[in-house]
Design a binder for this molecule. Structure first.
Ligand SMILES: *Cc1c(COP(=O)(O)O)cnc(C)c1O
Length: 354
């Protein structure tokens, strides 16, 4: 069997939900499990997150899956519905759509439901992605309240820079001013805001990345936040090449040995979800010890410089990210973020639950 495997720890997932809960205070926790639970598997996440107060997904199909698996908690559709044809399923499955556009309000007003639905009404407080303009708050609320199909309303916004120096207060302040006095529940915090701004953790919090054990911050490690990596991507060295000075390696021969070099060929490549853009020098663990990748990542293989690791050879375990090597560090080296690497785990990689 090809040795690549993603080891996914249910204990780590459950631990991370507990950390989120500790920060949430009185707020309820919507575990965000879109994108196949950030690559960890929907069913698996469901089992690990049984203590959550609800779930956030993108599509009616995902939500239908959850209902089929017996979930009776609130399920939030993060982008709401897209077409009129989805409305009946929404009512039947008892889903909670995010309402963010006038088009959605129009669709809702044109159908009569057997029973009204709970909704999150999303306002744009500065990210300029989804949401009604805050400046039109009163008007939009008037329209939503007039909808016979709407039962309860939660007011929602999303932060653009909660993980960065600029923070979240510049968005939260005008939002809080508008919603003050409505008495309606709020939903603001993603992982970064949940960890950094306890004052915004009312109503429903929406942690995603932290549940999978990655830190949303560039300057704070997951470990320091009490988070445990849930996915460890591992493979093995399947061949060793000894290069002479001046010889190149892999496609384009972009890496060249300057002295005699012992190179391990690892059975993992971009076809498994490892980023092709990871440059030479991106860290991996070989039998638990750090070593740098070298050369260009190919579809099924990548290369590691074993010079200085005399015991390493064919059969040595290689950790690409996870326990002992934060996925954030690999992502940073590859010029991306942990989210993208986790989501991109390829279906061909077998998963072992631990
Ligand atoms: C994905 C998503 C989240 C979770 O964000 P993290 O940074 O992963 O915690 C929260 N809210 C919304 C609207 C999202 O789309």
């Amino acid at each position: 069997m090809r040795p690549v495997v993603a080891r996914i720890s249910l204990d780590a997932l459950a631990n991370n939900l507990r950390v989120a809960r500790q920060h949430a205070g009185q707020a309820k926790v919507l575990a965000i499990i879109k994108a196949n639970a950030y690559g960890h598997g929907l069913t698996r996440a469901l089992r690990a997150f049984s203590a959550s107060d609800g779930f956030g997904v993108l599509t009616v199909d995902e939500a239908a899956n959850l209902r089929q698996m017996g979930v009776d908690k609130p399920i939030l559709l993060l982008e709401g519905f897209f077409q009129a044809g989805e409305l009946s399923a929404l009512v039947e499955l008892g889903l909670v759509p995010v309402l963010h556009s006038p088009e959605q309000l129009k669709l809702l007003s044109h159908q009569s439901f057997v029973s009204p639905v709970d909704v999150f009404v999303k306002f744009n407080s500065g990210m300029n992605r989804l949401g009604f303009p805050l400046a039109r708050f009163e008007q939009v609320m008037g329209q939503v309240k007039a909808l016979a199909n709407v039962r309860s309303i939660t007011l929602m916004t999303h932060f653009a820079t909660a993980d960065e120096e600029r923070g979240a207060a510049w968005q939260a302040r005008p939002f809080m001013e508008k919603v003050a006095g409505t008495g309606l529940p709020l939903s603001m915090a993603n992982s970064a805001a949940l960890l950094r701004y306890p004052q915004f953790n009312s109503g429903w919090v929406r942690p995603g990345i932290m549940l999978y054990g990655a830190s949303p911050f560039a300057d704070r490690s997951a470990e320091s936040l009490g988070l445990k990596p849930a996915m460890t991507l591992q493979s093995e060295i399947i061949a060793v090449q000894n290069l002479k000075p001046g010889e190149g390696l892999g496609y384009g021969l972009i890496w060249k040995a300057v002295k005699f070099a012992k190179i391990g060929i690892v059975a993992c490549g971009y076809g498994d979800g490892y980023p092709r853009h990871a440059p030479s020098g991106t860290p991996v663990l070989v039998n638990g010890k750090r070593a740098p990748t070298v050369g260009r990542v190919s579809m099924d293989m990548l290369y590691v410089d074993l010079t200085g690791l005399p015991d390493a050879g064919v059969g040595s375990t290689v950790t690409l990210w996870g326990n002992g090597l934060p996925v954030e560090e690999v992502a940073q080296s590859a010029g991306t973020i942990s989210y993208e690497l986790l989501c991109a785990l390829a279906p061909r990689v077998p998963v072992a639950e631990t």
